[in-house]
Design a protein around this ligand. Structure first.
Ligand SMILES: [Zn+2]
Length: 254
C-alpha cells in the first residue's frame, strides 16, 4: 500500500501532467490527509508535474485551522509563525503553499483524504467569464453527475490566503446544510478548481471530468446554448445503485 507521501507525489504528477492543461509553472497545489492530526501539502513554488518528496511539507491541522478564527486579515508574521509551528518536522525548510489553509479545511471534511487544486485552461474559460457561475451550474450528462456530484460549489473571487479559506469553509458549511453532503467539485471565480476526493484516484477523476465538462459547456455555448439535464433526472442518476457502484469503482482502492 502506498504511503501518504507516495500518494501525494502520484496525485501531483497525475494532475500536473502537461496533457491535462490543468497547471503550468508553479500553479496549483495538492494535499493528502496523513492521520487525524496531520496532512501533507505541496510546498510553495514547485511544479506539480515534477514534484519530489523534497517539495512537500508535513503539517499539523490544529495550528493551521487556528488561523481561521476571527475575521480580520492575518499578517505575514503571524502566518509564517503558524506555518513553522505547524511543521511536524521543524527541519523541513520549505514554506507550504499559499493555499494551505483551504486544503486543511477540505481535508477536515468527513471522508475527504485527497485534494487537488488546479487552474485548468478550459475550466477557467468559464470561471473568468461574465456567465459565471450560471455557465457551470446544473448537469449536462450522466458522468458529470456521477463524478462531480449532483451540485458544485461556487466561490466568488477573493485573493488567495486566509480570508479565502474562511469563505470556502463557510460556503462548504452552507452547502452541507442545504444538500446534506460534502461537495466534490468547487469552482473559484477568476481562479480555478478544487477536487475533493476520498482517494487520489477520485481527486484525479474529478479534475479530469471537470475539464471535460468545461470543454463540453464551451462547445454548447457555440452550438446554440447549454441544455441541462432536468434536475429530477440528475437526482435519479445520483441515486441509482449502479451509478453509486461505478462511483465507488472510480475512487479505487488508493
Ligand atoms: Zn490557485
Amino acid at each position: 500500500m502506498p504511503t501518504p507521501l507516495e500518494n501525494l507525489i502520484s496525485l501531483s504528477h497525475l494532475v500536473g501532467t502537461p496533457d491535462l492543461d490543468a497547471a503550468i509553472l508553479g500553479e496549483g497545489n495538492t494535499s493528502i490527509r496523513v492521520d487525524a492530526d496531520s496532512f501533507l501539502v505541496k510546498a510553495s513554488g514547485c511544479q506539480l508535474g515534477t514534484m519530489t518528496p523534497a517539495d512537500t511539507v508535513h503539517l499539523r491541522f490544529d495550528r493551521i485551522l487556528a488561523l481561521l478564527e476571527g475575521t480580520g486579515a492575518v499578517d505575514e508574521q503571524r502566518l509564517s509563525a503558524a506555518y513553522e509551528a505547524a511543521k511536524v518536522d521543524p527541519r523541513q525548510a520549505k514554506r507550504p503553499s499559499v493555499e494551505t489553509v483551504f486544503h486543511a479545511v477540505a481535508l477536515s471534511l468527513p471522508g475527504i483524504a485527497a485534494v487537488a487544486h488546479t487552474h485548468p485552461t478550459a475550466v477557467n474559460m468559464l470561471t473568468c467569464a461574465n456567465g459565471f457561475p450560471a455557465n457551470l451550474d446544473g448537469r449536462l450528462f450522466p458522468d458529470e453527475v456521477v463524478v462531480l456530484g449532483q451540485k458544485s460549489l461556487f466561490v466568488p473571487y477573493i485573493d488567495p490566503g486566509v480570508i479565502l479559506a474562511r469563505t470556502i469553509r463557510d460556503l462548504i458549511q452552507g452547502f452541507r446544510d442545504q444538500h446534506g453532503c460534502v461537495p466534490k467539485s468547487i469552482y473559484m471565480q477568476n481562479h480555478g478548481f478544487i477536487a475533493l476526493g476520498t482517494t487520489i484516484n477520485e481527486a484525479h477523476a474529478i479534475t479530469c471530468m471537470a475539464i471535460k465538462a468545461a470543454r463540453i459547456r464551451l462547445g454548447t455555448i457555440q452550438a446554440g446554448g447549454i441544455r441541462r439535464l432536468d434536475a429530477a433526472i440528475a437526482t435519479g442518476l445520483a441515486n441509482r445503485p449502479d451509478e453509486k457502484y461505478r462511483e465507488k469503482l472510480l475512487a479505487g482502492g488508493k
